[in-house]
Write a protein that binds this ligand. Structure first.
Ligand SMILES: *[C@@H]1O[C@H](CO)[C@@H](O)[C@H](O)[C@H]1NC(C)=O
Ligand SMILES: *[C@@H]1O[C@H](CO)[C@@H](O)[C@H](O)[C@H]1NC(C)=O
Ligand SMILES: *[C@@H]1O[C@H](CO)[C@@H](O)[C@H](O)[C@H]1NC(C)=O
Ligand SMILES: *[C@@H]1O[C@H](CO)[C@@H](O)[C@H](O)[C@H]1NC(C)=O
Ligand SMILES: *[C@@H]1O[C@H](CO)[C@@H](O)[C@H](O)[C@H]1NC(C)=O
Length: 456
């Protein structure tokens, strides 16, 4: 499936260690990941400044906020965590995500506007990878068979029209990244000023992609990676080496922003139910309708890695937490299991027994349709009262988020529910959860924090 022209370039990749692991209260769970995955406990990137930042920012909105724009549906959502896990599990085994269909993986991707030196571009936000790149004019679009095809086939928005503002990184470096669904992007690395939400990061190391295998949405021109800082994909030289010996770590956009003293080491995201926007705040808390700042849940951050296979170069990691429990009607399930937090995945994926029990508690009960890998019930069904407890605080699901009235099975006329089975895991807290919380990524302290939102 890999483009031939690029497949030869892929050497076994190395996921850099994320630092010494402090013992986690649920270390036993982390020691027994599902096949093809590993869990790591990261160290905070800026632990001292972060404590102070959270104390002073907890009840304060960031001044550096930008609207993010949503893109829904189709092949362009191949980067939703559910879709990535599906692609991965088809190769390494495990079960739960193989059967997700285009309907089920109908996720939402968010993009933010960035000023790249002098040109404004929309870049996809990605909390699963760490590199920031844009396509430059004259890039080569490569299809699945390795043929160079028209640029339009890669589906990018406007291309970047000039070179690096401050030239190449010396010694010369290039980026090579293969995303979980097979998309590949490569090109030289250099230094340019990048501005987001009125914050200008000077001389940021970025890539101007000159060869891509990509399924774009025809509007975004690249990607802004917000994953853990040590998971960057730069290699020495302008050649085509992508192995451990030539890999060099560099400071990704958000880390540089913090190091340049521009913002505290946290960012946060609030997404809105079926609107085409959300909010991204750099260095503080995103404003959100209904946010109740009297409660802030704090959880240890875990990183889930896809374990790379020989001859692939997966470099994908996910922000992960362990909830205290799930409640539905009067039932409580206190098993401790890791969940990936992802605004790009529509549904929530739970362990099979809880997913079934919750779907059974809809009136009428929802039934599993294997064609979709999801549960369906009457579009007018009454959902149970569902909450997930995080850091001691209950986050309730809004009933309007539990039945997708626009995802109807044409045969039965039934609507999809928001609770799906994640098989052998890892599990996912997707949009149905994210719409009811402000998610704060405290990379400084290696914590995830959540602020509940009252139903709005
Ligand atoms: C892309 O840039 C690299 C330098 O990083 C260069 O070696 C390569 O030939 C370029 N490829 C194309 C298709 O322009
Ligand atoms: C951007 O920042 C500058 C100073 O840093 C300030 O004068 C200006 O008002 C800000 N603009 C916006 C839109 O916040
Ligand atoms: C992008 O545009 C091309 C034609 O230029 C079209 O075939 C493709 O479906 C479009 N993709 C999306 C996601 O809209
Ligand atoms: C996945 O789909 C296959 C048919 O393509 C079906 O036989 C199987 O039962 C499905 N698995 C699950 C877990 O739904
Ligand atoms: C948003 O979704 C809810 C629940 O599906 C629906 O009742 C409402 O009409 C939708 N609003 C818009 C503006 O689409």
């Amino acid at each position: 499936m890999l483009p031939v022209i690029l497949a030869g370039l892929i050497a076994q990749s190395i996921i850099p260690a994320l630092g010494a692991s402090a013992a986690h209260p649920h270390q036993d769970v982390l020691n027994a990941p599902p096949p093809g995955f590993s869990y790591r406990i990261p160290q905070g990137t800026h632990p001292w400044t972060s404590s102070a930042a959270v104390k002073t920012n907890k009840h304060k909105h960031s001044e550096n906020v930008q609207k993010i724009r949503a893109f829904r549906g189709g092949k362009t959502n191949a980067r939703s965590v559910a879709a990535v896990l599906g692609a991965h599990q088809r190769q390494v085994g495990g079960f739960g995500y193989q059967n997700i269909s285009t309907t089920t993986s109908y996720g939402t991707q968010y993009a933010a506007e960035v000023t790249w030196h002098r040109q404004n571009l929309w870049l996809l936000l990605d909390t699963g990878s760490s590199d920031t790149w844009a396509v430059r004019e004259n890039f080569k679009c490569i299809d699945y068979s390795g043929q160079v095809v028209s640029q339009g086939a890669c589906g990018f928005g406007p291309t970047y029209r000039s070179g690096f503002q401050y030239g190449h990184v010396t010694p010369e470096q290039h980026m090579f990244i293969q995303y979980g669904d097979g998309e590949i992007v490569t090109g030289p690395m250099g230094l340019s000023d990048i501005t987001v939400a009125n914050i200008t990061v000077s001389m940021q190391e970025v890539c101007l992609a000159n060869a891509t295998y990509w399924y774009g949405n025809n509007l975004t021109s690249g990607l802004l990676g917000l994953a853990y800082p040590s998971l960057t994909n730069a290699y020495l030289g302008s050649s085509v080496d992508h192995d451990f010996n030539t890999q060099v770590e560099y400071s990704p956009l958000f880390t540089t922003m913090v190091d340049q003293g521009l913002v505290p080491p946290i960012f946060s995201v609030a997404i809105d139910r079926n609107s085409s926007t959300g909010m991204l705040a750099w260095g503080g808390i995103a404003p959100a309708t209904g946010a109740d700042f009297s409660q802030v849940a704090t959880l240890d951050l875990i990183i889930t890695n896809l374990i790379d296979l020989p001859a692939t170069a997966y470099e994908y990691s996910f922000y992960t937490i362990i909830p205290d429990s799930w409640q539905y009607d009067s039932v409580s399930d206190t098993r401790k299991l890791p969940y990936i937090v992802d605004s790009g995945t529509t549904l929530c994926y739970l362990p099979p027994q809880i997913a079934e029990a919750i779907n059974n508690a809809f009136q009428p009960a929802a039934v599993y349709l294997w064609m979709y890998g999801a549960f369906f019930t009457s579009c007018n069904a009454t959902p149970p009262r569902i909450s997930v407890k995080l850091g001691g605080i209950n986050f309730y699901f809004n009933p309007v988020d539990l039945i997708y009235r626009n995802m109807v099975d044409p045969l039965t006329g039934m609507c999809m529910t928001a609770i799906a089975s994640g098989g052998s895991g890892p599990f996912i807290l997707g949009d149905a959860f994210m719409q009811n919380a402000v998610a704060v990524f405290d990379v400084g302290e290696a914590k995830m924090r959540f602020v509940p939102r009252e139903f709005y």
